[in-house]
Design a protein around this ligand. Structure first.
Ligand SMILES: O=C(O)C(=O)C[C@]1(C(=O)O)C=C[C@@H](O)C=C1
Length: 312
């Protein structure tokens, strides 16, 4: 389901949907992995008059907007890439139907106490308006501490029953990102206040979990070059995420060792870690892994020496 240039529901991808950057002090550029794939705003929050124009001034990417009333819809059609049917008003069928008639993709949230059947009934209201661009979003009910958390079992069932992509609203607990992706979420919605670091962490987790679970829910032997390459791209994304983390940890070791960097190389430790890895990668075997890990370790040492020169 395309939302602007983002795609929700592509196999193996999990999009990050986060509050659209508003140009405030906290909006210092978070870097590519902290930037959402899709931004969202609500026009229901107090003081949100002008929120749509403000969002568009600071955010050129795909934008989802929750209206506060039918009066907002014309501006949403002009400016947004999708409309959010919010959990708080799924029973306002006049607004639900009018939102669906915009012809934009519709994100249908589950009302806080709605059953699966009631949630899917709201989806059918949108279908009845001739809109087939529908994504479901599980925003959850009350968690143990009074905050909201997504019901991942319900989300999974909704995905199966509807055949449509689903998003998981993580509420206050961005730590649910991995569980949500493992449960089949096609994307993660971050709550107001989530910053670039939260978005980057959610993206890294989603990338790893997707790569690890893909062989379990997809074909284990892709049938074409394009399908195999798509799978390789996902594994490479996970590898890159892990390599970045490994380099960070190796950098910590260099600063803590009495002699860090290339001068403090410990070949016995390297031999042992390669042997341990060979148990997880028996077909590659120790000799090939040794060559791979030598390059990985040297890249980490090189980075740590460069960073040390920049900030001793
Ligand atoms: O474990 C260490 O002593 C490190 O410095 C880390 C590390 C690695 O990247 O794994 C790097 C260099 C050493 O030769 C061995 C291992």
């Amino acid at each position: 389901m395309p939302i602007g240039e983002a795609m929700i529901g592509a196999p193996g991808e999990a999009v990050i949907v986060a509050p659209a950057p508003d140009g405030g002090a906290a909006a210092a550029d978070p870097g590519a992995d902290g930037r959402p794939d899709v931004g969202w705003i609500t026009m229901r929050a107090p003081g949100s008059a002008g929120a749509l124009e403000a969002a568009r001034r600071h955010w050129a990417g795909p934008l989802l907007v929750e209206p506060s009333s039918p009066a907002d819809l014309a501006a949403i059609r002009e400016t947004a890439d999708g409309v959010i049917v919010g959990a708080a008003w799924t029973r306002d069928l006049v607004l639900v139907r009018a939102s669906a008639r915009l012809g934009l993709p519709v994100i249908v949230q589950r009302g806080p106490h709605a059953s699966l059947g009631e949630w899917l009934a709201t989806v059918r209201e949108c279908e009845a308006e001739g809109n087939d661009l529908l994504v479901l979003c599980e925003t959850g009910g009350r968690a143990h501490d009074g905050s909201t958390a997504p019901d991942l079992g319900l989300m999974r069932a909704a995905r199966e029953r509807s055949g449509r992509p689903v998003l998981a609203g993580l509420g206050e607990d961005a730590g649910l990102a991995g569980a949500a992706v493992a449960a089949g979420a096609d994307g993660l919605v971050l709550a107001p206040g989530a910053d670039g670091r939260t978005a980057a962490a959610a993206r890294r987790t989603a990338t790893l979990v997707r790569a690890v679970t893909a062989p379990l829910d997809g074909p284990s032997r892709p049938g074409s070059v394009a399908a195999a390459r798509a799978e390789i791209d996902r594994v490479d994304a996970a590898l890159a995420t892990l390599l970045e983390r490994r380099a960070e940890l190796a950098g910590v070791v260099q600063r803590l060792k009495p002699v860090g960097g290339f001068a403090g190389r410990d070949m016995e430790r390297e031999r042992r870690l390669v042997a341990a890895m060979a148990r997880h990668a028996p077909r590659l075997g120790e000799a090939r892994l040794a060559a791979i890990m030598n390059a990985v370790i040297e890249a980490g040492l090189d980075l740590s020496e460069e960073e040390r020169r920049a900030s001793p």
